[in-house]
Ligand binder design. Structure first.
Ligand code: SF4
Length: 186
């Protein structure tokens, strides 16, 4: 009987591999990880500017500005990081590699299934987002933050702006610290 699995010839088509798609699909997100140090600096400046505009967001109303900000955030982060708009961004802790691209949805990784080539066990053509996260974190000043254990995702925040949430939270913390300092002086 003929063995159906035996190769008929020694011919192997060029480029044949377990990888289904070309790696170009991940070019931009990999670029972002390779430039995590630069992006960290840019983001810190951006976050500072956003915080300085807290009075303006307050004046207009956070809920009113949310729609256009979400639109801009989705466009920028979708382009650079394949962002899924989870609303609780961890890019600063995860080497500029978005954990929501992990097919297992791991916010703390990697799992035990990373392939020998550093790719994902579920999507063999995709570089493991956690291997990428580690690489990116090595380029960042606050790279040690990758050791912070991330809490579970709050799916009620999906589709909201992480930029605005961080700004509002930081402003509230800053105001509370100022108030406490004032009370101590009195
Ligand atoms: S962690 Fe969330 S907000 Fe940040 S890039 Fe990923 S999906 Fe977008």
């Amino acid at each position: 009987m003929k063995n159906k699995t035996a190769p008929l010839t020694s011919y192997v088509p060029a480029g044949a591999s377990h990888v289904r798609r070309t790696g170009s699909r991940y070019t931009l997100r990999r670029w972002s990880v390779r430039h995590a140090g630069l992006l960290e600096k840019v983001y810190n400046i951006f976050a500072e500017v956003f915080l300085k505009l807290h009075w303006l967001w307050n004046l207009i109303g956070y809920s009113r500005v949310e729609r256009p900000i979400v639109f801009a955030e989705k466009a920028v982060k979708g382009f650079m990081f394949d962002c899924r708009m989870c609303g609780q961004c961890t890019l600063s802790e995860t080497g500029m590699s978005c954990p929501m691209n992990c097919p297992k949805g791991l916010r703390n990784g990697p799992c035990g299934g990373v392939r020998a080539d550093g790719n994902c066990e579920i999507e063999p053509d995709m570089p493991c987002v956690w291997v990428e996260a580690w690489k990116g974190s090595r380029l960042m000043q606050a790279g040690g933050n990758i050791h912070i254990v991330q809490g579970p995702v709050d799916f009620s925040l999906r589709g909201t702006s992480a930029w605005l949430s961080v700004t509002a939270r930081t402003a509230a913390e800053r105001d509370a610290a100022r108030q406490a300092a004032k009370e101590q002086e009195q």
